[in-house]
Design a protein. Structure first.
Lengths: 303, 216
């Protein structure tokens, strides 16, 4: 057991030595793979951040009912009753115009501007949480509520979130296509690297076969090489993405401070990082496997 | 140990390298295969190692029918053989020591034992002091001895040598033959091909004489 482990460790050592025998060549290959993988990985991170932002902002969909400015308290009470009786509505919250102004002051950092206003420009409002979240049901409910007396405007808060969600879906598809193409590129890079290696190590392979090496023994170093190169490429991609996010976060922090909010790009989660590394390792191994399967018997016929 | 029974070998293109060859070699025997070049000596050795397969007849090595062995079983047959190639097949990208180490790595022997075995093999052929050299820096005779060291390092019971004295002057050739004789004395079965009559003259040795693919 320990013996077998030591043997594999020995192969790994030999493979590493070969990979960095020409330091520039080995590093260049890894860099190429790293850059190729960092593009979809980086786009994925940005999308995930946008996704988080959308979820944070939209939450459950809500309909805001803005009342006419001249609405009396009796009108409001009657409306409140009708809304609570509505079957399609889960929850109703009344926000008076004073409270709305107070909230606006606190949340947007526009206190100075608001303080300078002579009178409150905001209407009274109801925040309605519907029971159903499907876009069609929401639209129907909004139309129904808009027709109620004293309701000036009924606004579906999450409409823009749906639009953004659709945009994100488009983005995810784009990332998927990009990732597929660049994965193919990674496989191709490994395929070719291993092909060249098999060519340069022809003599060793031939002699090894003649003195009793199994196919597995001959294949193993090449597969290890491919997998390791893929893994290192994955690590390079991770570093590129993480460094880019760090660089982006500072100007982004300054930018979001201007809007009195705090938004930072979240780095790759541990799970996503692990997936990236495993995926790149697997692709490298796959490229090597394909290359070995194709070239080993063609270049040096088994007897 | 090695047994040929009515073996025919025809290469693609129709060239008949061996015709109806039958012989038996007992364990511990030292046998020379002689004949001019093109007589089929190399083919005979390749059949023993499973590098070529016979078109008809059977080749038995250690009671295994080599011609019928599956590809996956061949490596394990070859680990019992030590092969000294006509063209040496040394690897010039590594030291003398690492060349001899290769068969042990292939067999997956214990790491700590390996260095000891390699040095023992190098000592037997008198190359112990050159272990760090690159094989390309060795003379023809030294390269031949290195090839022998690589063939014996995993202590095979059968040693095959294809023209081991081919390009060597007489003095070196006798040195090499002395090494083979020492293996013979410790019970190794040897099958050596040669066209060098001078080597055959010293001592009474069994000889398989090939002429145009047929045993004389």
């Amino acid at each position: 057991m320990i013996h077998a482990f030591a043997r594999h460790l020995g192969i790994l050592r030999a493979v590493l030595r070969r990979m960095f025998a020409s330091r520039v060549g080995g590093l260049l290959n890894i860099l190429v793979i790293g850059i190729a993988l960092s593009l979809p990985a980086g786009m994925y991170v940005l999308l995930k951040n946008a996704q988080g932002l959308v979820e944070q902002l939209s939450g459950t969909p809500q309909i805001s009912l803005f009342l006419a400015l001249n609405a009396q308290e009796s009108d409001i009470a009657e409306l409140h009753g009708r809304l609570e009786a509505n079957e399609a509505i889960a929850n109703v919250e009344f926000i008076s115009r004073d409270r709305a102004l107070e909230q606006l002051k606190q949340s947007t950092g526009l206190a100075d501007v608001i303080g300078s206003l002579e009178k409150n420009p905001l209407p009274d409002a109801f925040i309605v949480s519907p029971k159903q979240a499907e876009p069609q049901a929401l639209d129907a409910l909004r139309d129904e509520l808009a027709r109620l007396p004293r309701v000036e405007q009924a606004q579906l808060d999450s409409a823009w979130a749906y639009k953004l969600e659709a945009l994100l879906r488009f983005g995810r598809l784009a990332v998927l296509i990009l990732a597929s193409l660049l994965s193919l590129a990674l496989i191709a890079v490994t395929f070719n690297t291993i092909r060249l290696q098999i060519l340069t190590q022809r003599d060793e392979i031939e002699v090894s076969r003649l003195i009793g090496a199994t196919d597995g023994f001959i294949r193993r170093p090449f597969l290890y090489f491919g997998a390791l190169q893929g893994l290192f490429g994955g690590i390079a991609a991770w570093l590129i993405v993480s460094a880019s996010l760090l660089l982006l976060n500072r100007p982004l922090g300054e930018l979001s401070q201007l809007y009195a909010s705090q938004f930072v790009l979240q780095p790759l989660s541990p799970g996503d990082s692990l997936s990236l590394l495993l995926f790149s390792l697997y692709l490298g191994w796959l490229g090597a496997w394909l290359s070995v399967a194709r070239h080993l018997s063609r270049i040096i016929p088994a007897n | 140990m090695i047994s040929f029974n009515q073996v025919n070998k025809r290469y693609p293109g129709g060239y008949e390298a061996l015709k109806n060859v039958s012989f038996d070699i007992a364990e511990g025997e030292m046998v020379f295969v002689s004949g001019h070049s093109g007589a089929g000596k190399s083919t005979l050795l390749k059949l023993v190692a499973g590098i070529e397969r016979p078109n008809s007849g059977s080749v038995l090595v250690n009671n295994q029918n080599v011609g019928a062995l599956k590809g996956a079983a061949l490596p394990y047959l070859r680990r019992n053989l030590g092969i000294i190639f006509q063209d040496h097949k040394l690897l010039f990208d590594r030291s003398v020591f690492d060349n001899v180490l290769l068969p042990l790595q292939i067999c997956g022997f214990d790491h700590r034992e390996n260095a000891k075995r390699v040095r023992a093999a190098l000592d037997k052929v008198g190359l112990l002091k050159r272990e760090k050299a690159n094989p390309i820096a060795l003379s023809g005779g030294e390269q031949q001895r290195l090839c022998i060291a690589r063939a014996i390092v995993n202590r095979p019971s059968i040693l095959l040598a294809d023209e081991p004295t081919g390009n060597l002057d007489t003095e070196y050739a006798h040195e090499i033959m002395d090494i083979f004789r020492s293996f013979h004395q410790v019970g190794v079965t040897l099958l050596i091909s040669t066209h060098d009559e001078s080597v055959l003259q010293d001592g009474a040795v069994r000889r398989l004489a090939l002429k145009q693919g047929e045993l004389q």
